[in-house]
Design a protein around this ligand. Structure first.
Ligand code: ZZB
Length: 258
């Protein structure tokens, strides 16, 4: 599986990381199959009870991600030393919640790291960038945080980290409008991010119809079909050093995430 790794720069660090990494360039890195949707990022998701690590990469960059993904990166000439991926420090998802971040391409000047309870630590980096306009899971989780005070309190999330961040229309899909995920989540009466089966169904629908019929609404690829825009936006992100190519061994993913 070929992913695009989106580099979301930390504008601040958790207390536990401040001593070692204060003068370093640190990113939360999120694996995505939809680089063309990065115009619609409103936040970044972490698994609160997930265990992440800080790893040194080439060019004096530091990535926060799962150790499993750092291992994969070490075989892809991304870490400082080939096949080496020493964990410089462990950090929990809960510690990352509330960090102020700079994400590429989105109109929001900065976004925040927020909790998502359905993240798999066995897929991608365990960090997920959020595009609620086009990813039903992302909208369900953001809406949960925006509307449920108890949930915010449980994970120490402040209202100002989620409520001002509205989904951004980025792709027009015939029949689904310009915020396909929002529309489907309402139409299918999806209750919360835990509504797994319905969310899978919604995701499959948006993926398929978006890829073949979606048209970009903004950026240099405006008016282009999603399938044509995808490689162009991806290349632009990589050329700007805002993203990297990342592969995941197929069988490992399926066997471990079950
Ligand atoms: C941005 C994005 C925008 C995504 C979109 C999807 C959509 P898949 O398709 O299930 O194999 N993702 C990545 N890592 C994880 C993880 N560890 N746990 C849970 N979700 C994860 O996986 C690829 C997508 O699942 C990724 O692409 C990421 O969300 C999420 F408009 O990134 B995506 C219709 C979907 N639209």
């Amino acid at each position: 599986q070929e992913y695009t790794l989106i580099k979301i720069r930390c504008l601040e660090l958790p207390a536990s990381m401040q001593e070692k990494f204060a003068d370093k360039t640190v990113f939360l890195v999120a694996a995505t199959l939809r680089p063309e949707t990065m115009y619609g990022q409103t936040n970044c998701y972490v698994l609160p009870e997930g265990e992440y690590g800080v790893f040194e990469m080439i060019n004096n960059e530091y990535y926060v991600c799962s150790e499993r993904s750092a291992r994969n990166m070490s075989f892809q000439n991304m870490t400082k030393e080939h096949k080496q991926y020493p964990c410089l420090q462990k950090v929990s998802g809960q510690e990352l919640i509330g960090l102020k971040l700079k994400a590429p391409l989105t109109k929001y000047e900065y976004v925040y790291a927020l909790p998502m309870t359905t993240i798999s630590m066995f897929k991608g980096t365990g960090i997920v960038t959020s595009v609620p306009s086009d990813a039903p899971d992302d909208w369900a989780a953001l809406r949960d945080l925006q509307t449920k005070k108890g949930l915010r309190e449980k994970y120490n999330v402040l209202e100002e980290w989620c409520n001002p961040f509205e989904p951004i229309p980025i792709i027009e899909i015939p029949g689904f409008g310009n915020m396909a995920a929002v529309k489907l989540v309402e139409e299918m009466k999806i209750q919360s991010q835990k509504d797994k089966d319905k969310l899978t169904e919604a995701k499959d629908k948006v993926y398929l119809k978006g890829f073949y019929e979606g048209v970009m609404l903004l950026g240099p690829c405006a008016n282009m079909k999603v399938q044509d825009a995808k490689p162009i936006v991806r290349k632009q992100l990589i050329d700007n050093n805002e993203a990297a190519v990342y592969y995941e061994p197929e069988n490992e993913v399926t066997s471990r995430s079950g």
